[in-house]
Design a protein around this ligand. Sequence first.
Ligand code: CP
Length: 309
Amino acid sequence: MYKHKDFISTKELTLDEIDFILTSAEAFLEIGKREIKKVPTLKGRTVVNLFFENSTRTRTSFEIAGKRLGADVINISGSTSSAVKGETLLDTVRNIEAMSADIITVRDSHSGSVKFLADNVEASIINAGDGQNEHPTQAMLDLLTIKQHKKDLNGLNVSIIGDIEHSRVARSNIHLMKKFGMNIKVFGPPTVIPKNVEVLGVTVAHNIIDAVKDADVIIVLRIQRERMGKLLIPSNREYCQIFSITPEIMKNAKNDVMILHPGPINRGIEISSVVADSNRSFILDQVEAGVAVRMAMLSILAFNRSGEL
Ligand code: CP
């Protein structure tokens, strides 16, 4: 079971809680394959998606998830909200809560802000990405995608390649995957590998061949220039020469390696189009799993609020 009001981080999840969320998401994956994809689980509930950063996958999949469950779903974007007139994040969320929202998903550029909201409102809060801190539903959908294809998660070798420092996806995945004894390597420009990253229980690869050669799963990350105060990486052309996943580099990888990327992908920079569109790429499977994971989280939190569905 998962008995909490909110879903903020993968750090404190127990194996039982992860298993419960994945099992529930697997059932929702099946609903997504039906001709009629709607169930009345959240009929009469209100879900608000409050996004202060751009998003294609996360916001849309929360909207689809809520609608497939029968909820009323409202989307608010930061740039069109009264936040631009000086309203605080907490006041914005308290106002949404006053309109009887049951669950509010929040994406914000400040690390820790979503947990602060969760601690200060009664509504259930889901972290849809807070700064460079965490993106827990992304990590859960990555895990579900891997489980669907590898079956046993224990002991898998996972390499995360790219801008680790600014990646909330990397952080949530490391917390989550370590719980399954997965061996995690990170690789990227030294300027975007966090100092003392080994304390998270990961190793640092010294070149791209070392990063890909024993990997069962490679998670490719884009360079998050929007989070860099100063230039920390070489030009796109230089980055591509040293850090990009290309067909040439893939010759060093296992035949059954899975290539994942949270998106948005920058073709020809961190990943070549040939690899992104190859049969080793599970990038669109991740997107499909994202709807199921978000349906699972919305229904679990709604159940926790009332004890009945
Ligand atoms: N993976 C992810 O968070 O994508 P979006 O920024 O499009 O939501």
